[in-house]
Design a protein around this ligand. Sequence first.
Ligand code: NAD
Ligand code: ZN
Ligand code: ZN
Length: 295
Amino acid sequence: MTTGKVISCRAAVAWGPGQPLIMEEVQVDPPQKMEVRIKILFTSICHTDLSAWLGENETQRVYPRILGHEAAGIVESVGEGVMDMKEGDHVVPIFNGECGECVYCKSEKTNLCEKYRVNPFKSVMVNDGRTRFSTNKDGKKKPIFHFLNTSTFSEYTVLDSACVVKIDSNAPLKNMTLLSCGVSTGIGAAWYTANVQADSSVAIFGLGPVGLAVAEGARARGASKIIGVDINSQKFVKGQAMGITDFFNPKDLDKPVHKKILEMTGSGVDFSFEYVGNLDVLREAFLSTHDVCIS
Ligand SMILES: NC(=O)c1ccc[n+]([C@@H]2O[C@H](COP(=O)([O-])OP(=O)(O)OC[C@H]3O[C@@H](n4cnc5c(N)ncnc54)[C@H](O)[C@@H]3O)[C@@H](O)[C@H]2O)c1
Ligand SMILES: [Zn+2]
Ligand SMILES: [Zn+2]
């Protein structure tokens, strides 16, 4: 009944860096050519949402904006030309879309599509450089900007169909939000990008959702030693369930983290992963690896 019409719904709108998100009524335009409008049923929070909300990078400071990129929902309607999805399909949004036709999409070495790649600075739709969200302020229509090709902190959102993946309708939508980002990023990093080998050693800095998913990926590939490093010692409990075999808290050390890892492993780990988002931690992660190729 809503196909082709503007939908009024509630969304959490960010009006400025670090300002509380405001739950308010917004208008969501119908999807245009090769776009999809989704009813979001579940959405979760990733650290990347927090960074954008705080405007840590000043070029990200685009407001008002609807954040959120991990979600699961149901297709409400599709725009002209969309053949692979229809109303009622269960889907997850993906911020790193694929057109399937560009040189990057066709490459076996990357999937950073030239048109729909992850881009935290992009805030409008590819089709026309405009937004599909708006709000009425003092009788005037005011655009609300998009975030990371997705904007899922809204009951309805519009995405390029290249940024939507259809999933099995039997899959529990509540859990599928993590496939949008955290789990795919972490498991993909261990499984595909690093190609972790059986019996290898791994260090993971930061045991948030992404770091924990790295542990799961490393365990699935047969890593024998998986060292978790986090300033929150409680993360070891959850970490053990995901495959972490050893853990320490940098705050308990009287030496640099990499020296502790060299002591634990003899010469450093085979693979290290940084999932804090901190340059100093990244340096420690590099220094924690050994300099001899094992394969
Ligand atoms: N595709 C991608 O590239 C992608 C996807 C998701 C997240 N990210 C990025 O990955 C990072 C992690 O995301 P998340 O959602 O798991 O974050 P999170 O905030 O949930 O978890 C970060 C963890 O790091 C720990 N930590 C903080 N400072 C630390 C330090 N100095 N040493 C060790 N541990 C420390 C925290 O206690 C926490 O457990 C963020 O920077 C995020 O922007 C990137
Ligand atoms: Zn994310
Ligand atoms: Zn492409």
